[in-house]
Design a protein around this ligand. Structure first.
Ligand code: SAM
Length: 357
């Protein structure tokens, strides 16, 4: 069971300041898990056994909490899970998010209601149900999509996801996302020694052939089973070496200061590969993220030891000012960094599937 920090509900009016933490980082990105159910049992994430209790809130309650986050300066909302495409009401939720506007100008000045930019709305999915949902999601206002795909080889894909016959569905989903104009479409691949390190070059070819950005992710200790060891992690240096052996890679400039991926292409400009290296090259210093779990708890870091029960404030009748004050106080306490690989590292209080990646 996840630990919950006890905070007294605040009722005071929040100051109209953008969310920042005590380390001076502006918090502009919110990840919202809309379910912790998943139709995959990826070896690096789930136990492979059934029987867990699932946590989902009414879509209207997620939207109310998101609206308060947006009033405090959130500009990007990424929907995730669990598997978000399993969630009934997802398309309607995207449409409601598309109607929201940011609350601050680039210089930090508060804006009048409705005067801000549309939110940047993104979604992370395993793609199994994407082929049919790409068009409705796009029409509802979804901007960008990331599909998790850990092999471009059918057998390897099935071995990692522990789901037979899904590979072709995911491929069709990725192509449908591109066809309907979701932009960009990214594919995320978690590398795990002994499973898919031989897929690095295959994914580079996939990126070149399909015109899709592929990102390799270092495996983090966030799994339900205890399979993480430093040796299992395929690190940035090794990924770059494999790519360079195929063809020399060239670095690309970051799109934003808080970007998590280091970007690369090949000399002919074909293909884009990102490497997200939280283990070997942590990027906590410019982290701009905070998470809302599917049961309405704020997590200030993937590796937090505590959740902060925002939904509890709502359920007890807290008004928007109370929610805002709770969010501000909680986000202010965001951890400076994770401690992966250090002697004092403690496994987080929740696994990835129950946090929302
Ligand atoms: N079901 C959706 C999906 O598959 O994309 C969204 C949730 S999933 C938890 C989000 C992302 O987290 C996926 O790209 C997944 O590969 C990644 N992930 C899960 N466990 C991880 C771990 N231990 N280390 C690194 N990435 C992980």
């Amino acid at each position: 069971m996840a630990a919950t920090a006890t905070h007294p509900d605040a009722t005071s009016k929040p100051t109209p300041l953008r969310l920042t933490d005590k380390h001076g980082r502006a918090i502009t990105d919110l990840r919202v898990s809309v379910t912790d159910r998943c139709n995959y049992k990826c070896v690096y994430c789930r136990t492979g056994t059934e029987g867990a209790q699932y946590a989902e809130l009414p879509i209207a309650d997620y939207l109310r909490m998101v609206r308060v986050f947006v009033s405090l300066g959130i500009e990007k909302v990424r929907l995730t899970g669990g598997e978000p495409l399993l969630r009934k009401g997802l398309v309607e939720m995207v449409a409601a998010l598309a109607g929201m506007r940011t609350s601050f100008a680039a210089d930090g000045a508060p804006l009048a209601a409705g005067a801000g930019q549309p939110l940047d709305i993104a979604l992370t999915t395993n793609g199994h149900l994407l082929e049919d949902l790409a068009q409705p999601l796009k029409e509802a206002g979804l901007g960008r999509i990331t599909v998790s795909m850990d092999a471009v080889n059918r057998e390897k894909f099935a071995r990692i996801t522990r789901v037979p016959d899904s590979f072709d569905k995911v491929l069709a989903g990725v192509r449908a996302a591109k066809r309907v104009g979701l932009d960009p479409v990214k594919v995320n691949c978690v590398l795990l020694r002994g499973f898919n390190e031989d897929q690095i070059v295959e994914f580079a070819k996939f990126s070149r052939d399909e015109g899709i950005i592929v990102r390799f992710i270092e495996f983090m200790p966030l799994e339900e089973d205890r399979v993480w060891t430093p040796e299992v992690v395929v690190r940035l240096k090794e990924i770059l070496a494999a790519l360079n052996k195929f063809q020399p890679v060239m670095p690309l400039a970051p799109n934003a200061a808080s970007e998590t991926a280091l970007r690369y292409t090949f000399a002919d400009g074909l293909g884009e590969m990102g490497i997200i290296a939280p283990v070997s090259h942590p990027f906590c210093g410019h982290c701009s993220r905070v998470r809302l779990t599917s049961d309405g708890k704020i997590r200030t870091c993937l590796f937090s030891q505590f959740d902060h029960d925002l939904y509890g404030v709502l359920r007890r009748g807290g008004d928007d000012a109370a929610l805002a004050a709770f969010i501000q106080r909680t986000v202010n306490q965001k951890e400076a960094r994770h401690h992966i690989g250090e002697p004092d590292f403690l496994k987080p209080s929740r696994s990835m599937v129950h946090i929302g990646g």
